[in-house]
Design a protein around this ligand. Structure first.
Ligand code: AMP
Length: 212
């Protein structure tokens, strides 16, 4: 499981780790955005909270995760962006106990508040291939979209706009940061310095998983 504030690099690192370890990547943010895009009742319910940088109700995200974990208990999972509250963590515990599949690792990606604001402020995504660019750190250079071959169709997520960004960081501090103690007290937590370069962060992650 990846734990950490929005902008810590969970999604980026998850993409790499899932490929290397053949994991199924379960990112509740991605699952919710997909529901919104398809205009499902769940998506319509979730959209207002997401746009404002608030959390979607626990019952909604726990239901989405349960459907996938219980439906395919044989896979190895990488949880990204879930759980985000103590209530979600308790539901996850119950689910995993029922499946006889305990958590192996909880990796906390730590990044300072100033750096998070810098990162989240300039983030742009391609509507078609999903690739993420950044005005300062990874500017789009006109390369072809991996999905269409045309130039990328860049947009900014509603919740990457500045008022929502501030709210997401406050919500993280109030509702998600308590999970650090929740998993820390069980000896499962490993802290990763998320301010290093992407390769170095990935190196820390793989050595934490290997017990190094
Ligand atoms: P993310 O892509 O992980 O930053 O998630 C985008 C948005 O989806 C969040 O700001 C929340 O509104 C919602 N969301 C994602 N995961 C959860 C979760 N585990 N619990 C509640 N809301 C979530």
């Amino acid at each position: 499981m990846f734990l950490g504030p929005p902008g810590a690099g969970k999604g980026t690192q998850a993409e790499r780790l899932k490929a290397d370890l053949s994991l199924t990547h379960l990112a509740t943010g991605d699952l919710l955005r997909d529901e919104v895009k398809r205009g499902t009742p769940l998506g319509l319910e979730a959209k207002r909270a997401m746009d404002a940088g608030e959390l979607v109700p626990d019952a909604v995200v726990v239901g989405m995760i349960r459907e996938r974990l219980v439906g395919d208990a044989a896979s190895n999972y990488l949880l990204d962006g879930f759980p985000r509250t103590i209530g979600q963590a308790e539901s996850l515990d119950a689910m995993l106990e029922g499946l006889g599949a305990p958590l192996d690792h909880v990796l906390l990606l730590s990044v300072s508040q100033d750096e998070l604001l810098r990162r989240l402020g300039g983030r742009w995504l391609c509507r078609n291939c999903g690739k993420s660019y950044h005005e300062t750190f990874a500017p789009y250079g006109g390369e072809p979209c991996e999905a269409t071959g045309d130039p990328c169709d860049l947009y900014q997520r509603d919740d990457d706009r500045s008022d929502a960004v501030a709210n997401r960081l406050n919500v993280y501090a109030a509702q998600t940061a308590p999970l650090i103690d929740y998993y820390g007290s069980r000896g499962l937590l490993r802290e990763i310095d998320g301010e290093r370069g992407q390769d170095e962060v990935y190196g820390q992650i793989t050595s934490a998983i290997q017990g190094g």
